[in-house]
Design a binder for this molecule. Structure first.
Ligand code: DGL
Length: 268
């Protein structure tokens, strides 16, 4: 048994939303140890400058590398869009990010080649999704929409609230007018709005959930690189946050779909 494979997967996000990725990883890779970092003291990142997002991403990467992780997963679409290259340059272990994962699935699923992408302003302004999709299929047409109000609405737990529906109808109108058949949910928070989105866009539009896409790609890499944890006892989960954990603990359970075991406050 390779002892080094007992090392955890490091997953990080600007806050609580990355727990949707942890949830998908726990289901797909039930024997893997996971260390999560959520920058709850500084969230949201999606409306911050590229310089600031980069600096924060570097600090988190250093923190997780000191924890001796075997793989880094950038769950946050905003950090993936803006800081992926810098994170990779710093990391001696493999780095996976959500954008490529979702782009691959979107390109495989679309029939009309008209793909909608929704995300935070930083993600949409970076054009990272369009680039990733066009690298895979240069004939695809990408229609993007920044949706800054979704993150606070989800944090509030307003998953099926009338206000959220109104906001979603407004944001989705321009992308739906382009007759898309695939919509990429390009933000950690959006999987929690999936039933609402599906209701608005109709059954004929396929929603691409970046959390599920990420878990699939992580499982592939772990198998390919022989990184599987062969210790099949119950895995160790550690959740680190940069602010007092009370809010993370209560809201986080909705994201994770189960109780949050160990939550520690850390200073970067
Ligand atoms: N985690 C961010 C993302 O996926 C959303 C929250 C934020 O703006 O920091 O883009």
């Amino acid at each position: 048994m390779d002892i080094k494979n007992n090392r955890a997967i490091g997953v990080f996000d600007s806050g609580i939303g990355g727990l949707t990725v942890v949830r998908a990883l726990m289901e797909r890779l039930p024997f893997e140890n996971i260390i999560y970092f959520g920058d709850t003291a500084r969230v949201p990142y999606g409306i911050k400058s590229v310089e600031t997002i980069n600096r924060y991403a570097m600090q988190i990467t250093e923190f997780l590398l000191k924890k001796d992780v075997k793989l880094l997963i950038v769950a946050c679409n905003t950090m993936a869009a803006v800081a992926y290259q810098a994170i990779r340059d710093l990391s001696p272990v493999p780095v996976l990010e959500v954008i490529e994962a979702s782009a691959k699935i979107a390109v495989a699923e679309t029939r009309s080649k008209a793909i909608g992408v929704i995300g935070t302003p930083a993600t949409i302004n970076s054009n990272a999704y369009s680039r990733a999709i066009h690298l895979l299929d240069r004939n695809a047409k990408v229609f993007s929409q920044a949706c800054p109000l979704f993150v606070p609405l989800v944090e509030e737990g307003w998953f099926d609230h009338a206000a959220t529906r109104l906001v979603a109808e407004e944001y989705l109108k321009p992308v739906m007018a382009e007759h898309i058949d695939t919509l990429v949910l390009g933000c950690t928070h959006y999987p929690l709005l999936k039933p609402l989105f599906q209701d608005i866009v109709g059954k004929q539009v396929r929603l691409i959930d970046s959390a599920e896409a990420m878990a699939e790609i992580a499982a592939d890499l772990i198998n390919r690189e022989n990184l599987s944890n062969e210790n099949h006892l119950s895995p160790d989960y550690l959740f680190c946050v940069s602010d007092v954990p009370y809010r993370f603990q209560t809201i986080g359970e909705r994201f994770l779909g189960r109780t949050l075991p160990r939550v520690e406050m850390v200073r970067l």
